[in-house]
Unconditional design. Structure first.
Length: 232
């Protein structure tokens, strides 16, 4: 949850005028909230000192502004960000693997420290590490005995597949896992539509395919490039 006072300070760092910051303070503060359980019971109303109103238009924008300075703490890694999703990555030669991994671990620790200082917490269950490279490169290492990246005292295991924004990524960047997942999703849709095939006109069936099937193939279709190269 984004602390209000810290968010307001960061808005000042963007050189917003005092009146604009006061407007945001009025928008965020002096709100209360309560929790209702499944039986209809309600907790006491308490002041809200962090977070933004759920479903608000400004919520996503304020969060992006709040985490805008996060990349500044990265020394050895590059980054990609989308909403609240962060990926950091580093490249190095095999001969520099040990030092490269140490440097990468330092940046992971820096991200964790930044999160604590800003009132946020990393989701350990969703934090994954992947060693990427060619098949020849990966065969040189036994993942089970490689040094681990440490997050808050916990060693993170190396993942053999990672889902990133709907795309399944393998260490060698092969698209096989992603293709298999797409096929499964499409098969489920086709299976659910099979009962209606005789009751629908050809035009409606065409529209259903275009709206329910094609998007699965169209999304992130660039990952199929290596699929065709491997079969030519």
């Amino acid at each position: 949850m984004v602390p209000h006072q810290l968010l307001l300070q960061k808005l000042r760092n963007f050189n917003l005028s005092d009146s604009t910051v006061r407007w945001f303070a009025s928008y965020l503060m002096q709100r209360t909230q309560a929790v209702t359980d499944s039986g209809g019971g309600e907790s006491a109303w308490l002041p809200t000192t962090s977070g933004v109103p759920q479903g608000s238009v400004l919520g996503p924008l304020l969060f992006i502004l709040f985490i805008n300075d996060l990349p500044d703490i990265l020394v050895h890694s590059k980054h990609m960000m989308f909403a609240d999703d962060l990926q950091i990555y580093s490249s190095f030669f095999p001969a520099d693997f040990t030092q490269g991994l140490k440097n990468f671990s330092r940046d992971v620790s820096a991200v964790s420290a930044w999160a604590r200082a800003n009132g946020l917490a990393l989701n350990r269950a969703k934090t994954q590490v992947m060693l990427m490279g060619s098949d020849i490169f990966l065969e040189r290492f036994d993942i089970s005995i490689l040094p681990r990246v440490i997050l808050d005292g916990m060693a993170l295991p190396y993942s053999t597949v990672v889902k990133s924004l709907g795309v399944w990524i393998q260490p060698n960047l092969d698209s096989e896992t992603h293709v298999n997942q797409v096929v499964k999703r499409v098969h489920r849709v086709l299976y659910s539509l099979r009962h209606y095939r005789r009751a629908l006109t050809k035009q409606i069936r065409k529209e259903l395919v275009e709206s329910l099937i094609f998007p699965h193939f169209d999304y992130a279709c660039a990952v199929y490039n290596d699929l065709f190269q491997n079969r030519t």
